[in-house]
Write a protein that binds this ligand. Structure first.
Ligand SMILES: Cc1cc2nc3c(=O)[nH]c(=O)nc-3n(C[C@H](O)[C@H](O)[C@H](O)COP(=O)(O)O)c2cc1C
Length: 218
């Protein structure tokens, strides 16, 4: 089984998507080829992908959707002419509720079928914005899950349903829990610790509530 993993993050090797991919490969115990969409010509990559049996596209969620570079690649892809090819997706993002990617997931499942690929499923993981900034011990559970997914994929050629369900378990927060998280975020506890660190590092803390695209006087 010849597998190609596509990193669909505009940040390429420097983003969180890369961490997910590397843990998946670690679990698989083999070195899958990884292509960085941000550094590739979409048309050429779409052509190159034709020689692989399985394609895994890993990406962040940007504005509730796939990044533009992934959309561009999809626009260049043609339906597979050989039967038996498979395609799966890994979507990770900032908000903790997996419901945020539900429209993208629906699109990806129909896309795979439209392109004549067997759909392996979409691994969904929210609450991931701080992944590459957090110490490894805080990512222990995520790393383990991604490694199990990789190991299972290498053996079975599919995504492990139990792990996928576990990772996407928090579908929507109850009203009570979301109030607790709003409070924690206000006092600087939670994911915002890492966001705030980055904002401070880039001298951007005072711009945190800027709305550069908002209409004036709106
Ligand atoms: C421009 C932009 C838009 C984003 N939009 C969303 C969003 O709609 N929902 C969400 O949960 N996270 C959103 N995020 C957070 C990213 O999905 C998250 O930080 C992800 O881990 C980034 O992965 P990467 O580092 O591989 O690019 C956004 C981040 C950026 C930079």
């Amino acid at each position: 089984m010849k597998t190609l993993i596509i990193n669909g993050s505009p940040k390429a090797k420097n983003g969180n998507t890369e961490v997910f991919i590397q843990q998946f490969i670690k679990g698989a115990g083999t070195s899958y080829e990884v292509c960085y969409l941000a550094k590739e010509d979409s048309q050429q990559l779409a052509e190159y992908m034709k020689q692989f049996d399985t394609i895994i596209v890993a990406m962040p969620l940007y504005i509730h959707a796939m990044p533009g570079i992934v959309m561009k690649l999809i626009g260049c892809m043609e339906p597979a002419t050989d039967a038996g090819k498979s395609m799966g997706f890994i979507v990770q993002f900032g908000f903790m509720e997996s419901a945020h990617s539900k429209y993208l997931e629906k699109y990806l499942s129909s896309l795979a079928r439209h392109l004549n690929y067997n759909y392996l499923g979409t691994v969904v993981r929210g609450g991931s914005s701080g992944t590459s900034m957090m110490p490894d011990k805080m990512n222990k559970k995520l790393f383990k899950q991604m490694q199990i997914l990789g190991e299972h994929f290498e053996k079975e050629g599919s995504f492990n349903i139990e792990i996928m369900n576990e990772m996407a378990k928090l579908i929507e927060l109850s009203k009570g829990k979301s109030r607790v998280f709003q409070f924690l975020s206000k006092i600087g506890i939670g994911d915002s610790i890492f966001w705030n660190q980055m904002l401070k590092k880039n001298n951007a803390m005072d711009k945190v509530f800027d709305k550069p695209f908002a209409e004036k006087n709106a």
